[in-house]
Design a protein around this ligand. Structure first.
Ligand code: HH2
Length: 265
């Protein structure tokens, strides 16, 4: 899953894809590099951020979705029902909701009515304050219990279970230790029985471990994604698609013993 943030302020690529034409070109390049889907978002959820209005979010993402329509598989990264509704009407297939249906009460209905796929992500607190003092007794079991509860709520609201994936929400109300423990024990999230999405790309815990500023965190991101693959994750949300596809190809061949030759480019 390639990340296209149509924002001026995302933590690692703010402003890069703020122009709709530039965003559409980058999305097509991600697909050419091997992404299965691109995740288009118009609101940064970086630590400390405030939200944007509905109008502003629509102004950012609709022109990009119009350009990608019918051409590129799209996920919409939003917590707002109206943004999801417009995005799905423009061909998006998946709603990636970092609030796990706790934000906009209308969102579950939009997903259920349209038959879209849904990603439910764990977050402790809200973006503005989530990194101030994250606390858990046992981060992995608490995140797993939360995702199971939100999965049941989504199914109750009419979203078929087969259409739902879950995400432990790396960096969303978590210390470095919490993120590492979630990655180390990711099999306990996989045990929920739904495909697991993992989003470590360029995040600050990688900066703390390596001393690198974003966007220079590709190698650290690759390490986390290979380890997550080995523990059963199925979707990898990344800014740097090409190196990720290469790393996951080699890791998959190693884990399975199966491979096919890729033409040299
Ligand atoms: N992380 C971010 C945003 N959306 N969605 C899922 N499912 N999982 C994640 O880990 C995740 C997400 C934050 O990263 P980014 O989009 O790069 O930054 P920003 O929120 O500043 O736009």
């Amino acid at each position: 899953m390639g990340v296209i943030n149509v924002t001026p302020d995302s933590f690692s690529d703010g402003g890069v894809h703020f122009d709709a034409d530039v965003a559409a070109i980058a999305a097509r390049a991600m697909i050419a590099d091997g992404a299965a889907i691109v995740d288009v978002g118009g609101e940064s959820t970086r630590p400390g951020s405030d939200g944007v209005t509905l109008d502003e979010e629509l102004r950012r993402v609709v022109p990009v979705l119009e350009r990608l329509r019918g051409e590129v598989p799209v996920s919409i990264d939003t917590a707002k029902a109206e943004v999801a509704r417009r995005a799905l009407a423009l061909g998006a297939e998946l709603v990636n909701d970092v609030t796990a249906l706790r934000g906009d009460p209308g969102l579950a209905g939009v997903v259920a009515d349209t038959g879209a796929y849904l990603c439910l992500m764990h977050m402790q607190g809200e973006p503005r304050t989530m990194q101030l003092e994250p606390r858990y007794d046992d981060v992995v079991s608490e995140v797993a219990a939360f995702l199971e509860e939100r999965l049941a709520a989504a199914v109750d609201a009419g979203v078929p279970e087969e259409r739902i994936c879950v995400d432990p929400g790396i960096g969303f109300g978590k210390t470095v230790e919490h993120n590492l423990e979630l990655l180390r024990r990711l099999d306990e999230i996989v045990a929920i029985g739904r495909p697991v999405v993992i989003g470590t790309s360029r995040k600050s815990f990688i900066g703390k471990l390596t001393g690198r500023e974003a966007p220079d965190r590709v190698a650290g991101t690759l390490a986390t994604n290979v380890l997550a693959l080995e523990r059963g994750a199925e979707v990898f949300r990344v800014h740097d698609v090409r190196p990720t596809v290469d790393a996951l190809k080699v890791a998959t061949a190693t884990l399975t013993g199966q491979w096919t030759k890729t033409q040299t480019t």
